[in-house]
Design a protein around this ligand. Structure first.
Ligand code: ZN
Length: 139
């Protein structure tokens, strides 16, 4: 069995945002040389998500509105977590809602996706560099 590991770095100057990282994950897959197996993609941070959905700008906007209703950033004093001196309780909750990781089947050297599936990085506490782990196992 072959094994491959890589860290992808992302930086969003804004507090929140979404990046389609499908191409970068495909590049990892090609670099790995693995044709049949599984690929795991997860942020190595607890205020960011990796998830799969449609790359449609209206939908990305809808996530932003929904998440901000679910866990508004302001007022920051409404969260117990922020009593530690942080201001990112909402980011932890938004990440929990959007999920930690994705696992994708690798078949014949390609991501075995349905027609509209794309991999996204979701940032909820930006302004600093963050890593995403890509781990691939297979033959
Ligand atoms: Zn925190």
């Amino acid at each position: 069995m072959k094994s491959y590991r890589k860290e992808l770095w992302f930086y969003l100057p804004t507090r929140r945002g979404f990046i389609n990282i499908t191409r970068q994950v495909e590049d990892c897959l090609h670099e790995s040389g693995i044709k049949e197996g599984l690929i795991l993609v997860n942020p190595m941070h607890i205020t960011a998500s990796v998830f799969i959905n449609d790359d449609e700008s209206g939908l990305l906007h809808d996530y932003e509105s929904w998440l901000e209703k679910l866990a508004p950033h302001e007022p920051t004093s409404q969260y117990w977590h922020n009593r530690t001196g942080e201001d990112n309780a909402d980011a932890h909750i938004k990440r929990q809602a959007m999920g930690r990781e994705v696992v994708v089947a690798v078949t014949e050297g390609r991501l075995d996706f349905g027609p509209w599936e794309q991999i996204f990085y979701g940032e909820f506490d930006g302004g600093r560099r963050k890593r995403v782990l890509v781990k691939i196992i297979g033959e």
